[in-house]
Design a protein around this ligand. Sequence first.
Ligand code: OSB
Ligand code: MG
Length: 368
Amino acid sequence: LIIERAEIYLLRLPLKFRFETSFGVQTDKQVPLLLLHGGGLTGLSEGVMEALPMYREETITGALGFLTGAALPAVLNQRFANPEAVGAALEPWRGNRMARAMVEMAAWDLWARQLGLPLWQLLGGNKTEVEVGVSLGIQASAQATVESVAKHAAEGYRRIKLKIKPGWDVEPVRAVRQAFADLHLTVDANSAYTLADVARLQALDEFGLDYIEQPLAWDDLHDHATLQAHLKTPICLDESIASAADTRKALTHAAGRVINLKVGRVGGHSEARRVHDVAQAFGVPVWCGGMLESGVGRAHNIHLSTLPNFSKPGDTSSASRYFATDTVNEPLEAENGLMPVPPGPGIGVSLNREFVEANADYHQEFSL
Ligand code: OSB
Ligand code: MG
C-alpha cells in the first residue's frame, strides 16, 4: 500500500432540517474530505470534527494544520503492509483522533479498492444490510416532537432517538411514550447534565428507554459510573469513548452498558474494531453513531456496522434526509429501517467530483 498523493476538500452543505441539540442549533454542515491516491486508485474519507470544539476537542482548522503539517508528510510515498500500519504511523501523536481517522479510513478504502474487495469483508463483517434508527433534534413543542416521531416511525426506522437538555427532557419523552407504547425510544443529552441532576434523570426510568446517551461530561467516566449505579436505564457512552482503552475502563467500572461507536471519533477502523471487540468481551452491545456525515462518511459507517456486535440500530439514516445533493453519486437510502451496504470495491461509493469541486471553500493538493 503506497499513498502517492493526497487532496483535502472542505465544503459547507445546507442541512434540510434545523438540528437543535444541547450544544445549540445547526443549519448547515461543514464537510472535510480526504482523498488518498495510489496505484491509479483513490481512497476516500470524511472528517467528523466540527468548526468549533463543542462535541469533543478537535476542530476543522486544527485538523487541517495537523494533516498538512504532520500526518500527510508521515504517510506519503512509503510502503505500508496494510491500513492498520498507516494508522500506526500516526500513533506517536497525542489526541487528534478525528484527523488521524481521516488518513486511516481513506487508507482502508484505497487498500480495499486495490484488492477489489468491499470494505465490510476486509473488516470482518457479516451482513449486506444494517439496521438503522434516526436521531431527531429538539423540536419546538411536545406536539411537534410526537409528529416528527410519527413520521419517522412510519418510514420504518427501527429506533427513535430524541435530543434532550435540562428543561426539555421528561415532557417530550412522556408525550412520545404515551403516543407510541412499544417504540424503541432513546434520548441523547450530549453531556448537558451533571450529578446534581440525578433526580431528573431518574425520572426518565419510568419510560422504558433503551438507553440514555451521554448524560454527563465528555471527559468524565467516573461520574457516569456513579450515575449508572442510580439509574435503571442503561447509559450509552458516546463522547466519553475515544479508544479501546477508554472502553475497557468504562466497562470495568460500569460507567455504561451500551457504546455508541463512531469510527471517526476513535481514530479509524482498526481502533473501532478494537472498541467493538472489547465491548463484545464484556457482553456489551455497540451501535454505529453519526455526525451528520455526507455520503463518504456515511458509507464508511455502514461498512463498519456489519460487524457482529453492532446489535442495536445505528444513526445512519437515509442520506436524502440531510442534503439536497450529496458528495457521492450513489443514493444511500434505508427502507423499512434497513440500510443496504453499498456493493463494489472499497466503500462502494464514488465521489461526485463536479459537485465537490463546485462547492469547495478550500482545496489543497499534497505530494512530497
Ligand atoms: O451525539 O450522536 C451525537 C450529530 C452531530 C454530533 C453529535 C451527534 C449527532 C447525532 C446525529 O446524534 C446523528 C446523525 O444523524 O448523523
Ligand atoms: Mg450522541
